[in-house]
Ligand binder design. Sequence first.
Ligand code: URA
Length: 245
Amino acid sequence: MDNREVTEELIKALEVYEELGFTFLPLKRDRIFNLMQSRPVYAVAESREGTISEPDHIMSRDNARALQELREELGECTRCKLHKERKNIVYGEGSSDARLMFIGEGPGRDEDMQARPFVGEAGKLLTRLIEKMGMKRENVYIANIVKCRPPYNRDPEENEIAACKPFVERQIEIIKPKVIMSLGRVSAQSILGMKMPISRMRGNFFSFHDIALMPTFHPAYLLRNPKDKWLVWDDAQKVLEKLKD
Ligand code: URA
């Protein structure tokens, strides 16, 4: 890297922190250096997701077909009572060949109306995080634990999670991402089957079927607690490091 590139990277890093609401930089010198050096990771991630080489292309088509077949199996699902009040099933979207997958809790009002995950205010924040990580939303995969909106945005119940879980598990199995970021307590606890508080889980990698899983706070929590955005950014840095492995 020459001086100009270093300066450009530093400016980008500072813009991320500004966007996250920082008025000072809570990083040690070596972390700043890592930030500046992380650009090539994004390039690697983009090149796998953007320009598709022949083997990936074949794999991608198979994955896309498998995801489509799973969607057909889900059908007009009535496996739990959430179907009664939903407008649309929110199956998930993104690259069937994604290296990074985000798993939220369940659709909210906007998602229920548009049949797309994370398109409301929390979704805008998630999209910004993905972009600040140097990726495009369409190159990751975004899904939820439950595919139908819980009324009044209540937490999904155990029986509703149990009815939907085979589908999110199959989505993970088909896509086989390198890393999963689970968003919020319900997501992490349901996938991992443990009751640990999200504040203790976040920031640490867990393993789900040999896939690295990083629990982090839900973007809706960050809308209410913007001072904690830096913790999610810290988790995102660890995820970017893992994608580099
Ligand atoms: N919250 C979620 O957990 N998922 C969405 O899709 C939207 C908001």
